[in-house]
Design a protein around this ligand. Sequence first.
Ligand SMILES: Cc1cc2nc3c(=O)[nH]c(=O)nc-3n(C[C@H](O)[C@H](O)[C@H](O)COP(=O)(O)OP(=O)(O)OC[C@H]3O[C@@H](n4cnc5c(N)ncnc54)[C@H](O)[C@@H]3O)c2cc1C
Length: 242
Amino acid sequence: MATGTWQEVAIDEIVRRTPRVVSVFLRLRLPASLAGQHLDLRLTAPDGYQAQRSYSIASAPGAARVELMVERLDDGEVSPWFHDVAEAGDTLEARGPIGGHFVWQPVDGGPLLLVGGGSGVVPLLAMLRLRHAAGHGVPTLLLYSARRHEELICAEELAVMAQADPSLRLVFVTTREPRRRPGDFDRRLDDALLREALADWSHAPASAFVCGATPFVEVIASGLRAAGLDAATIRTERYGGT
Ligand SMILES: Cc1cc2nc3c(=O)[nH]c(=O)nc-3n(C[C@H](O)[C@H](O)[C@H](O)COP(=O)(O)OP(=O)(O)OC[C@H]3O[C@@H](n4cnc5c(N)ncnc54)[C@H](O)[C@@H]3O)c2cc1C
């Protein structure tokens, strides 16, 4: 698929991940994608009305199917369609992969700091899946915040990855439920928590990737600068929202 061209693609499968997030598998192979990139999707109603949104790619580059993960926003125009209406075989238009800044490849090395809020974990998951498949032992810390445990996307997959790999540290941050594992946190991810988690990790990140709703990304990026990270090492992806 050429990056800038719209192409009709079919939904291969929809899989529930959490109460508010589904994975949408597309019958599409993107051999040239980089972990962290996104696709633009365009939906067209029978009356010709079109809506276009961006979704990060969750699957590692080269995967046989492209996996996207869509969080339901109750008052949203597009995301509820994936939850309530879409089914395998439906078609839509896609364009991409897009994005050259918020990407990580094994040659980029680390230490690597990944901070995700809610569905903002999706491009970080692509990076972790790539890192895992490449057997890459670059020191990596994932700080992943959600309201409740059941809302952590792919928590089991992440835990299995971290169990098999001492260079990967996984820290879940739940804001509305008590933590379940030592080393996790159960409060808001703020400057103090960032400092604590970084001190505990004891690596100086060469790159930090921060993704989530816009207010989350802004708090984390400013917290990382306050914790002493050079602004040039911090890359952000804002999903919107106020
Ligand atoms: C590069 C990029 C990658 C993205 N990747 C993903 C992804 O992997 N998974 C995913 O679920 N979404 C992702 N998004 C967000 C996605 O593009 C849509 O904005 C989102 O699905 C909402 O669309 P909607 O039509 O349902 O809501 P809209 O009708 O656009 O908005 C409904 C209401 O929700 C607010 N809103 C919009 N986005 C957010 C948000 N992120 N958080 C809180 N409130 C919001 C709006 O201000 C509005 O009030 C990404 C956005 C960008 C820019």
